[in-house]
Unconditional design. Sequence first.
Length: 298
Amino acid sequence: MNKSKLYKSISDDLNSKLHLLEDKPEETVDTTLKALWLTAAGLPVSAHRSKNLSIPDLSDKQVETLYKLINLRLNNTPLAHITKRQNFMGIELLSDKRALIPRKETEILGKKALEISKKISSEKGNIKVIDVCCGCGNLGVAIATYNADCTVYSTDLSHEAVELTRDNINFLNLNKRIHAKQGDLLSVFETDEFYEKTDLIICNPPYITSSKVQKMDSEIASNEPVLAFDGGMLGIKIIQKLVHEAPRFLKENGWLVFEVGSGQGQFIVQLCERSGAFSEIETDPDDSGIIRVISARK
Ligand SMILES: C[S@@+](CC[C@H](N)C(=O)[O-])C[C@H]1O[C@@H](n2cnc3c(N)ncnc32)[C@H](O)[C@@H]1O
């Protein structure tokens, strides 16, 4: 079968069978098929990156591989775990079961943190950034990639996530600019090197209520770590701890920038205000006007 006939026949099949998730809007029938096609051809890419690439001819063996990959996808294996790639803020990252697959919505946080980091470094030169709850390392990697004037310290409670962060650091040749360590929240920074010496703390914490975590789509529940989602009974367990602990690591005028779940924004803004530790608080909404990022300046 020629290339376009094969593409059309698989695409028609996927149209009726592929289960797409709302929180991965970059995945469509087309981007899924293109990413799997390129992966079968030995050129693994994310759904996002596949958009602008054309598909090559496949050998018989590669067509066989493509069908195997499609089967995996139709059996609920996340696309990013098959291609081993996910794109975040234009950067191709390694992705697998060890950590959450970075979501497009987290780019609101990434862009805000980058903007703040650039503002601080333009005034002060090299700055110290902590990426806590780093998962696969996406946020720290994005800041280090787009702002040459920062050193990033990434941390996560999960050993496996920290391993994947290290793989991403190596993959992107950022070894001199990002350091990754395992630990509970900010515990690895409890030293004079970090107390009141950090310019920016970024965090995409787990913020889903434990009861909702139990009802998550099976594709997510069976393939992504529950630790990445579960924010306790009210969903804000880690956020409360973060708001309480971050100020002692921040310099005067340093920023804490973090993601919150839909509907949590106003309450968390009040939590920051009531803490008395911050002089300025900003919020950033998603496309529907819902607060998804809070930035609090010490
Ligand atoms: C929502 S995921 C975010 C991952 C990544 N930063 C991203 O944006 O895709 C939350 C991460 O927090 C980590 N985590 C959960 N509890 C933690 C804790 N007490 N201390 C540090 N990390 C924690 C999880 O392992 C997970 O990697």
